[in-house]
Design a binder for this molecule. Structure first.
Ligand code: SP5
Ligand code: ZN
Length: 356
């Protein structure tokens, strides 16, 4: 299997997140993807470099204003002098123009880049600094390159990327995500396969960005198993089972929220529901977050290596053209083994990893 990877993915180093107003050490670090790429290569998969994503591919899914903001925010932040005064070395939002703030009228574009960040960011945790844009663009580039490979006849390709993407929507970023790599891939798969395409999201958190991008569309379905937002977990406001899509997309969105402490058996039965949603699709995109793992610092789920391997088997057995895109997963000791467990299950190969 080909694994699309670029050293540029490591150039984004948020170093921190602002959580409940406090600057804490961030868990979405460059080492994550270095470990995953090295492990897949050690298992005999071939690392390939991406071609550059086009503006049309980005804008099929994202507002050009969001893309332009992400591309220029760090240089504007430096020009504004914030790193010296008040001493903030990352782009952090400051004022949030909520929908009702202007009674639904579109907000004016503010002159200040700190205010502009509040137009696009939905949280304070998702920082932008030197190298961020280069990595964000590289991640989207890897995703579309994986699509190219599948369209050219590969059964499956893996975009080993970060920053992750599934919390980013048409015109918003957050949850450590900036551009939605999986949604860009899914959108790009529709024309060459004829559609429909299904995104199956195994990350421990609900992929609110992917859901919203496709909420009114029938040509891309979205299914997710994730920690129940009603139990107090990110993204808090979305990911409920009642969200089923609207208009043309009615019935094409499936959320399976599960409680803290859920292990392999119930998680895998949810994966089977997602597989049923994808039935009749021409291709699938797997949003492969491995943070449902039992010791992950960002989630209270209790999925094991065997669980991820079996999920891989369930999705591999569908026999559809598949693009796998890395999302979350923050236990540096296990992220590589969890990922290769899933890939082994998908490919029907036996594991040589430590969990075998
Ligand atoms: C892609 C992805 O997995 N994004 C996950 C973002 C979830 N972040 C939630 C952060 C909630 C607070 N985290 C602080 C942990 C302190 N122990
Ligand atoms: Zn996650």
């Amino acid at each position: 299997m080909k694994v699309v990877y670029s050293p540029d993915l490591t150039r984004h180093d948020p170093a921190a997140e602002i959580w409940v107003g406090v600057r804490i050490v961030g868990t979405e670090v460059a080492r994550r993807v270095e470990l995953v790429a090295a492990a897949t290569e050690a298992q005999g998969h071939q690392l390939v470099a991406p071609r550059l994503v086009t503006a049309a591919e980005l804008e099929a899914v994202h507002d050009p204003g969001l893309v332009e903001f992400l591309r220029t925010a760090w240089s504007r932040w430096q020009e504004s002098g914030y790193p010296r005064e008040p001493g903030q070395d990352r782009v952090v939002p400051y004022v949030f123009p909520l929908y009702s703030f202007s009674s639904g009228r579109p907000p004016r574009r503010p002159a200040s880049v700190a205010a502009l960040a509040g137009l696009y960011a939905f949280d304070t945790m998702t920082l932008i600094g030197p190298g961020s844009w280069e990595a964000i663009e590289a991640a989207a580039s890897c995703a579309v390159t994986a699509v190219d490979l599948v369209v050219a006849g590969e059964q499956v390709a893996f975009a080993a990327v970060r920053p992750p993407g599934h919390h980013a929507g048409r015109d918003f970023y957050g949850g450590s995500c900036y551009l939605n790599n999986s949604a860009i891939a899914a959108s790009r798969l529709v024309a060459p396969t004829g559609g429909p395409v299904s995104v199956i999201d195994l990350d421990a958190h609900h992929g609110n960005g992917t859901q919203e991008i496709f909420y009114r569309r029938a040509d891309v379905r979205y299914g997710s198993v994730h920690i129940d937002p009603a139990a107090g977990y990110f993204p808090h406001f979305l990911g409920f089972a009642t969200e089923r899509g609207e208009g043309q997309g009615e019935g094409a969105n499936l959320n399976v929220p599960i409680p803290p402490g859920t292990g392999d058996r119930e998680w895998l039965s949810a994966v089977e529901e997602l597989r049923d949603l994808a039935d009749g699709s021409r291709a699938i995109v797997v949003s492969l977050g491995v943070d449902a793992w039992s010791d992950d610092p960002e989630s209270p789920l209790e999925v094991t290596h065997d669980g991820y391997r079996t999920a891989g088997t369930l999705l591999g057995e569908m026999g559809l053209p598949t693009v796998i895109v890395l999302e979350g997963g923050y236990d540096l000791a296990e992220i590589a083994a969890l990922t290769t467990s899933f890939l082994d299950g998908f490919l029907g190969t036996s594991s040589t990893g430590p969990s075998g």
